[in-house]
Design a protein around this ligand. Structure first.
Ligand code: S5P
Length: 463
């Protein structure tokens, strides 16, 4: 095998790791940029490892640095998380002769449902190879189909651990994380090389801790940034089939599809599967707007079971805090092991809502205390909350949005995307009839996406 990295007693030295950090910085796989939340948070380190494929020597070093970290772990096959980690896994496979598998990002079709490609036997152990771990969510999306095929997964190797809860989250599932680098190591190395000031590095480490603690919240922010949309469409249409058709039509424009599946006369696991496939195809998250409102024990049954089995397919759901914080515990018991996120209703868009003042403040406090599972709020005017818009890292999603201010005859009140995102300081607009009642919902979604995202970018510049 090619000894690409200078090594002492067969291992990669600290110097080699530092050198590799500088090379990754040279090719801008690691750079500084900003992506802010309304509450003032940003992710100043921008890591995009896709560029590595253009630098074969660096790709080889990356693969060797990761291989070095999993020395001692036992595995029969390896599976790269699509897409960025695939060339890395391939390089590791070629260098060390360990066979590789591939997970399909979109399951091919509903007929064959082949999620894992390659030759393997049930009971074999599979190493998962990923470029970056933030919260651990995308790793989990790869582990699940591997385990469904009867493979054992015990170890995960990544190039960079962003140190935002991924290691603990994976450990809770019995997975050991091996990282070539932590974000702190990268920052320390860049400071030592004079490429980043100690002040920026310190601020970066501090800010990194304000990234959403809930995995779905973190994923939503990444998704918004890569897809350039803060539009959620409320798919309040007449049937599950119509909802699926709408999801396919507006999918390219949205970050979240919001559903009320209890308004359909038929809902089957096949509908849920098709919706999940559309979410993978178009890169959006699913939000079943169930508005739970019972004691913890009851909501855990309603969320995990029944006809709808919401926790099985919906990344996000929401709840009222009327029963007290036991409702969060009850939902978390079911949702946390499945990697789900919860929004708390802090305010409502409807006329005469009782969710205001002290109630809203109590919801903000409960969300802050439960950020591992609570990813944010349904809110209307977080910018005017007396104590500020809630803990940093929590996301605001706001319904009651149309291009013109107004309402319906049942109490709904509409504000414009500019008002909701600019003045009221929310993050995501939720639009139902503005899109679905339009003659061309796909075109309307494009329009709302543009209005929402422009308002978002404009308000970040002011912040
Ligand atoms: O306060 C609220 C909270 C929610 S989640 N007001 C709302 O309107 N919603 C939901 O947002 C509501 O259930 C519906 O699905 C959507 C608004 O739809 P539209 O047609 O009025 O835009």
């Amino acid at each position: 095998m090619v000894g690409v990295l200078p090594s002492q007693s067969g291992t990669v030295s600290r110097r080699d790791y530092e050198d590799l950090v500088l090379k990754l910085h040279d090719i801008q796989a690691v750079k500084f940029g900003e992506f802010k939340l309304k509450s003032g948070i940003m992710s100043p380190v921008y890591i995009d490892l896709r560029v590595i494929v253009s630098y074969p020597e660096i790709l080889l070093r990356v693969a060797e640095a990761m291989w070095d970290r999993v020395r001692g772990a036992a595995f029969d096959v390896m599976c790269g998380v699509p897409y960025t980690a695939l060339p890395i896994a391939t390089t590791m496979s070629l260098q060390h002769g360990t066979p590789m598998l591939m997970r399909r990002k979109e399951v091919k079709d509903y007929g064959t449902k082949k999620a894992i490609e390659g030759a393997f036997a049930r009971g074999q152990t599979c190493l998962v190879v990923e470029d970056l771990v933030t919260s651990g969510m995308s790793v989990q999306e790869t582990v699940a189909p591997l385990e469904a095929e009867g493979l054992r997964v015990t170890d995960v190797v990544v190039l960079i651990d962003r140190q935002q809860g991924g290691e603990a989250r994976l450990a809770a599932q019995g997975l050991k994380l091996h990282a070539a680098f932590t974000l702190s190591f990268i920052l320390d190395t860049l400071v030592a090389a004079g490429r980043v000031t100690p002040e920026v590095a310190a601020a970066t480490k501090k800010r990194a801790r304000s990234w959403p603690k809930n995995a779905v919240g973190a994923e939503l922010l990444r998704l918004m940034a890569r897809k350039q949309t803060n539009l959620s469409v409320a798919a309040d249409v007449e049937s599950a089939d119509a909802m699926l058709a709408l999801a396919d039509a507006v999918g390219p424009s949205i970050c979240v599809l919001k559903t009320h599946v209890d308004v359909f006369d038929v809902w089957t696991p096949a509908h849920a599967e098709k919706l999940q496939a559309l979410a993978a195809k178009h890169d959006f998250l699913i939000f079943e707007d169930r508005k739970f409102a019972d004691i913890g024990n009851t909501v855990s049954m309603q969320y995990g079971g029944g006809i709808y089995r919401i926790a099985d397919w919906s990344h996000i759901t929401n709840a009222h805090l009327v029963p007290g914080s036991g409702i969060i515990d009850g939902l978390k018991k079911v949702g946390a092991p499945k990697g789900r996120g919860l929004l708390l209703l802090a305010e409502m868009s409807s006329k005469g809502t009782l969710a205001k003042g002290d109630y809203t403040a109590a919801v903000a406090a409960a969300a802050e205390a439960n950020q591992d599972f609570v990813m944010g709020f349904i809110s209307v005017s977080p910018g005017s909350w007396p104590a500020g818009p809630g803990a940093p890292g929590l996301i605001h999603m706001t319904p009651g949005v149309q291009l013109a201010k107004g309402g319906d005859d049942l109490g709904q009140q509409y504000n414009t995307p500019d008002s909701v995102i600019g003045e009221r300081r929310s993050d995501v607009i939720i639009v139902g009839r503005g899109v679905i009642a339009a003659a061309d919902p796909a075109a309307a979604a494009k329009q709302y996406r543009e209005a929402g995202w422009n308002a978002y970018l404009a308000s970040l510049q002011e912040a």
